[in-house]
Design a binder for this molecule. Structure first.
Ligand SMILES: Nc1ncnc2c1ncn2[C@@H]1O[C@H](COP(=O)(O)OP(=O)(O)OP(=O)(O)O)[C@@H](O)[C@H]1O
Ligand SMILES: [Mg+2]
Length: 507
């Protein structure tokens, strides 16, 4: 075999003193899919940013195709055949897909005007070459996240990437989209490409990777053939302790309905009927799970429940009060918390401190404010406690959210939302990007909230998560609830599949 990349003793210290990589060394063979796994904050993204010329290491060497390289910028890395799809996607939302694809290498008419037609032609050619369909003339802003990501991959391929870095590409994908991506990755491997693949879903690592490197706290723990380790073994190498997965017992007491949704109808901008009369209730002490292929109305439904979008018809009663027409803030004041599917868009203010993000919805209340004065000393102590309870890895409550790893940003959102003492929790992909150890913690905390009497509405693209947590399950397909399961005991993905795909529906 042929080594394409040797990473030797990489040390990275951030200006705030965090040592994110503590002497990392391993090799990547050409034409393989090499998985990189480790807990939130272990240093995966940092290492990838070094390979891609975004960050500079204090020590160590990178040998690429037999030569030591020092990339000064991503552009430099790109010229050398390295491509990266970032953990938080980086496309320009107001440009079209074709424009994004050709950004920086755009064809021009008379060297001045953007040649849109030619841009579309070039983009179309790569999209066909690699069998990845994308809507070339649509604006990125209007696309689902799965398609955006395909655009990012194409963008790297268009720049002739030989070594492709994918930082948690599947975190935002549905299982169906993941399957499509994996097919693409296998094809790329056939085309001679090498892929570095980061994921917290160890099932995926097993399914796709040839080799796997486990890092913990900035150090390499193991590099092995993926086939020689079980999921469980990988998980234990990651966290450095034994882990057990237990099924969560049903809630002891189910109370009154706290969330009553009746006949919600909604048409989108394109005049497509996205929700066609959706009705359900969630009671105190239960978790109602929504199973469904993403894109069947879940996103719109969650945005309507939280006041981010307006329904055309229907009623939403929370704690006995109609909330249709109320603002997100007013709905929140009624005790509704919301873990949004896209943490960067609706979850955090990246350039603010952790503590500011944690109290943004409550700073004006007692005990955070006394009279006219915000009590920052108290807030700092309070935030430190939340960070500890929710396993947020950061230097201090004063750290900027932008300096956190992806999974730790997600934990900040979860910490704020679960600590507001909510009566209703709208949890949309609550563990997205969170490592296996912390996933266990978040699931436990959701159950504790349930047992304390919260009504939880859970949306997840991960069917296993829905099956594991839910007291009851509804299946949504094409804007309608097509099945309801009040007893989830013994229920499996196979039982739900035909409903999720619209093959079957309850009378
Ligand atoms: N720009 C930065 N400034 C300061 N510290 C940073 C910065 N970026 C990352 N860190 C810190 O470096 C450590 C490693 O972060 P990194 O993003 O590499 O983790 P990760 O393994 O990718 O985690 P995740 O699975 O959550 O994405 C973390 O402690 C993080 O807070
Ligand atoms: Mg990361």
């Amino acid at each position: 075999m042929d080594t394409i990349l040797s990473i030797r003793n990489i040390v990275k210290v951030y200006p705030n003193g965090v040592v994110a990589n503590k002497g990392i060394s391993f090799d990547i063979e050409k034409n393989t899919i090499h998985a990189l796994v480790g807990e939130n904050g272990a240093g995966k993204t940092t290492l990838m940013k070094i390979l891609f010329g975004i960050e500079k290491p204090q020590e160590g060497k990178i040998i690429y195709k037999g030569k030591e390289v020092h990339f000064k910028s991503p552009l430099d890395a790109i010229h050398n055949g390295i491509g990266m799809v970032h953990q938080h996607l980086m496309l320009a939302p107001d440009l079209t897909v074709a424009e994004n694809l050709t950004l920086g290498i755009e064809p021009r008419k008379w060297k001045v005007f953007l040649d849109t037609k030619k841009a579309v032609d070039i983009a179309k050619r790569v999209s066909e070459e690699f069998g990845m369909e994308v809507p070339l003339e649509k604006r990125v802003r209007d696309l689902p996240i799965g398609i955006r990501q395909r655009v990012e991959i194409l963008k790297a391929l268009l720049r002739n990437a030989e070594l492709l870095i994918l930082d948690e590409p599947t975190a935002v994908l549905t299982p169906q989209e993941t399957e499509v991506l994996f097919k693409t990755l296998f094809d790329l491997k056939k085309h001679g490409k090498t892929i570095i693949f980061i994921s917290h879903k160890l099932k995926e690592v097993k399914a796709i990777a040839d080799r796997v490197t486990v890092i913990r706290d900035g150090k390499v723990i193991a590099t092995e053939d993926a086939g020689s380790l079980t999921e469980h073994e990988i998980a234990e190498l990651m966290v450095g302790r034994e882990i057990r997965f237990e099924r969560i017992p049903p809630s002891p007491k189910v109370g009154a309905p706290l969330l009553k949704v009746k006949n919600i109808r909604y048409r989108n901008k394109e005049n497509v009927e996205v929700l066609k009369g959706v009705s359900f209730e969630v009671r105190s002490g239960e978790i109602l799970g929504v199973a469904g292929v993403e894109g069947n109305g879940q996103t719109e439904l969650v945005e309507i429940l939280t006041g981010l979008r307006k329904a055309d018809e229907g009623s939403i009663v929370i704690n006995g009060e109609e909330v249709i027409g109320k603002t997100p803030r007013e709905i929140r004041e009624k005790g509704v918390s919301h873990i949004p599917e896209d943490r960067m868009k609706n979850g955090v203010a990246e350039n603010a401190k952790i503590k500011e993000n944690l109290i943004v919805d409550r700073y004006y209340k007692n005990p955070f404010s006394k009279g006219m004065f915000v009590d920052w000393k108290f807030i700092t102590k309070y935030s430190a406690k939340l960070m500890k309870d929710f396993n947020v890895l950061a230097t201090s409550p004063d750290a900027l959210v932008s300096s956190l790893s992806g999974g730790n940003i997600q934990k900040v959102v979860v910490a704020r939302e679960l600590s507001m003492n909510p009566s209703v929790i709208i949890a949309d992909q609550p563990v997205r990007g969170i490592d296996v150890g912390s996933e266990e913690l978040v699931h436990r905390l959701l159950n504790e909230a349930r047992d304390k009497g919260s009504a939880i509405f859970l949306v997840s693209a991960d069917l296993d998560e829905v099956l594991e947590l839910s007291s009851r399950i509804i299946v949504i397909y094409n804007g309608e609830i097509v099945a309801r399961f009040d007893d989830v005991e013994g229920l499996t993905g196979k039982d739900l599949g035909p409903y999720m795909l619209g093959v079957k529906r309850e009378a």
